[in-house]
Ligand binder design. Sequence first.
Ligand SMILES: [Zn+2]
Length: 171
Amino acid sequence: MGEPTHAPICSVCLKSGILCQGCDNKLKEGRISRLDVEVSRILYELAQKNRALNTVNFKRGVGEGDLVVLIVGKGEVKSIVGRGGRTIKELSGRLGKKVRVAEEGAELRKLAQDILTPAHVRGVNILYSGNNEVYRVRVPHRDTRRLPAGADAVQSLLTKIANKEVKLVFE
Ligand SMILES: [Zn+2]
């Protein structure tokens, strides 16, 4: 038996259907979300059959509409995606949502590319307006329909994850 999946909830809660006092408090205080709990448990279960998942540090999930982005540790995207995207398909089926994976602390361009795929990111520009910085993620027009969700949802996810004001620009 390998180590349990590194997750926002403790190893007892990964295996049980209820939350211990400590994890329940984290949930109530908003330090973790229901999505974090759900994804952690699914990953733990999948890790029993797929050892590569034991090395994945799942940090948090961020959702918007039908799209969920899972944030993992540096260099771990490959392990969670799985061969031919198997793990992601499984997660997607269980959650009933589209799933994308991104690295914690990734620079915006890489983050955007991981989330927007199969749409392409041409580049990121910063637009200064007054005291605000707006990060413009440039996407080719023809890729509009390849976005994993509506432009508004994707924009809002990027803004939440990067903690910057992000706008998608089609050109
Ligand atoms: Zn717990």
